[in-house]
Design a protein around this ligand. Sequence first.
Ligand SMILES: Nc1nc2c(c(=O)[nH]1)N[C@H]1C(S)=C(S)[C@@H](COP(=O)(O)OP(=O)(O)OC[C@H]3O[C@@H](n4cnc5c(=O)[nH]c(N)nc54)[C@H](O)[C@@H]3O)O[C@H]1N2
Ligand SMILES: Nc1nc2c(c(=O)[nH]1)N[C@H]1C(S)=C(S)[C@@H](COP(=O)(O)OP(=O)(O)OC[C@H]3O[C@@H](n4cnc5c(=O)[nH]c(N)nc54)[C@H](O)[C@@H]3O)O[C@H]1N2
Ligand code: SF4
Ligand SMILES: [Mo]
Length: 698
Amino acid sequence: MSETKIIKTTCSTCGPCCEVDAYVKDGRLISVEGARNTPMQSGGLCAKGAAAAQYVYNKERILYPMKRVGEKGEGKFERISWDEAYEMTADNLLRIRREYGARSSVFYAGYSKWYRPAMLRLANVYGSPNFCTESSTCFQAAALAWRSLYGNGICRPDLKNTNTLMIWSSNPYHTNTPMSKMFQEMKRRGVRIIDVDPRRTVTAHDADIHLQLIPGTDGALALSMAQVIIEENLYDKEFVDKYVYGFEEYREYVQQFTPEKAEKITGVPAGKIRLAARTYAGNGPAGLMFSASPVVHHINGVQNYRAVFALIALTGNYDIEGGNRTQPGPFSPANEFGKVRRFDGEEAIGQKEFPVWFDLSCDEAQCTMLADYIAKEKPYPIKAVFAMGLNHRMWPQPEYLQSSLGKLDFYVNAELFMSESSKSADLILPACTSYEREQVHIGMGGRFFFSNRAIEPVGESRNDIEIVMEVYRRMKLKDHTMCDEVLESGYEAYMEHILEPSGLTLEELKSRPEGMQGKNLFPPAVKTYENEPFCTPSGKVEFRSLVLERYKDSHGYEGLPVYHDFRDNDAVDRKEFPLILNTGSRKPQLFHSRLYRMPWLKNIETVPMVEMHPEDGKACGIADGDSVRVISPSGEIEGTAFYNVQGKPGVVYIYHGCAKGDANELIGKDYLDPISGFPGFKGYFCRVEKSGETGDEE
Ligand SMILES: Nc1nc2c(c(=O)[nH]1)N[C@H]1C(S)=C(S)[C@@H](COP(=O)(O)OP(=O)(O)OC[C@H]3O[C@@H](n4cnc5c(=O)[nH]c(N)nc54)[C@H](O)[C@@H]3O)O[C@H]1N2
Ligand SMILES: Nc1nc2c(c(=O)[nH]1)N[C@H]1C(S)=C(S)[C@@H](COP(=O)(O)OP(=O)(O)OC[C@H]3O[C@@H](n4cnc5c(=O)[nH]c(N)nc54)[C@H](O)[C@@H]3O)O[C@H]1N2
Ligand code: SF4
Ligand SMILES: [Mo]
């Protein structure tokens, strides 16, 4: 009998890259547990991570490079060698550059973020401004809102030292499981917690003050808190006088948002707004935790988050201990390595429509309109997509994107699974999971750790960065001004390169399973603004954004964090679509579209659940468990009604990414925030009708 080995590695089934102990027998992954003897983990693991073996050995795993043999989209493929696959990719990308120019090729990265620096570098060396990622719907709009106020350097809440934590639309117990412990520790320490969430989640349940607003009304709530803070003289006058630009206009603007008026807009009782404002401003230092998605998944998202982020400066909680501050951390060249080269005169996707996205230094194109660019060939033709983890289910009107992808001259997708998106490709490349590759990780607080390969790659799968490197070599691109020798020199050298500025070597890191603190770290600093101006046009925190005002005439952007209610929508007949549609609030067992294929996880909820308040259900003649049809101005899906009292009446919640009833078919592809281009995933309109039989479908 062979022995079971325990191998220190990481799970990256979802974002956080948790350290785990993998149990391996006869070269096969048997099970996974949270790593012992490592900070934050100690044996704990989330449901998704515990099902790791079903991820790794899933029957949909792609085992070999596959070339299309049938019609586009038909799903007929034949196995080819890696050699042929690389040649095919390189030849087609070079041909398209010759025939249409470099910008006609899109380099796309879905969620897994680890290979992005290499992919971005490849796009740069190739010469295309169109490096696109799933961040066209995630994080970048929040970053944009932040930068429009504070310039660079996004400051996270200093959880260790804060007295009050305001969580503005995040549910860490379900979305960032490793944080749960830290959160409970804060509770024990007596930190006051304010949670802003339309639903009574586990996180809200733990909070001292829960502001249960109507989705998409965040701006009105934040402006109202500002009104209270200013009126009651709770703001940091010294900071504001010295460092804020546009305060007087802002002060004047917020006057109208009295808590009584805000109650009408947001549904949050005026008394609670006052209490939250007084607590956040008065029980400092106070940190503000924000999220990559819900607030900015609205067509007024950027301005709403600007209103929220302004509260940090207003109360003097910017860059102080216990407030929101730049975290001490490692210097890593990963970003430097991926740094974008600006292509003068080369217009990237989304540049005309969303200019601020580009002004505020996002390293990538804004590609929510990719499907249109391909289908309409305007303003110029997009002919090739080289993708890693492209999944059409994550975009508004996914079938339209899928059909557009079918029009491409060349589409290659590197994937773990034979997803439907892969089926429309000309070539599919098998990628491997974190259990099958080595990786250097940069953790919180400047801690580095090495993740071992627990098992050999399944089939002929390879790690994404190795794939990028080989495509680069085959294209014989050379541009040494852009440090592309790192792409040239192999994966081991890439890991060395990532580590170099930390002062650690790969060899020593490999020998220390518990990880190591980097030798060269950013020194922890506070009040950096005392020594250097804010990186904004005025050099101050811009309550009135001069970058937004550049586009006042051309795009109608306003400098102040103005509130426009998404429900004031002339294009939609609210009598026909009386309910608000909120899609994609996270479930602990799912991760976007990728985990529906795992038996342990998909069996927790076997049908797409249309979560309704019982009052709404009864008003629509729908009982708990009924089969229903959800209809929006853009589409229609089937699902099963599920009575849920977590939210208030008037809002329907549906998870996204499920092929059996894809909530994104309900979201209009042009229903976008005009500043960021983010879709209004969490604030559209619908009605729900009973359909077919009642009861369970499976
Ligand atoms: N299990 C799991 N974890 C995940 C993911 C996943 O798919 N599954 N996805 C990862 C990704 S990509 C992301 S971006 C993060 C997101 O991380 P989170 O933001 O923490 O997750 P969500 O559940 O999307 O949203 C948090 C809360 O926002 C509330 N909310 C919805 N609409 C609004 C609104 O208009 N205003 C306010 N204030 N709150 C609103 C929801 O009720 C929800 O409880 O999660 C990451 N973690
Ligand atoms: N309606 C609605 N839509 C949403 C959201 C919402 O809240 N509501 N959230 C948005 C947000 S915040 C996000 S981040 C996006 C996420 O959107 P996506 O990034 O498209 O998310 P996934 O479904 O996880 O798809 C990624 C694909 O990558 C594959 N993959 C996973 N790991 C690897 C790897 O290491 N290498 C390779 N090559 N492939 C891999 C997976 O199998 C999967 O098919 O969705 C957005 N879409
Ligand atoms: S949160 Fe769960 S699924 Fe995500 S990386 Fe950690 S263990 Fe894996
Ligand atoms: Mo995201």
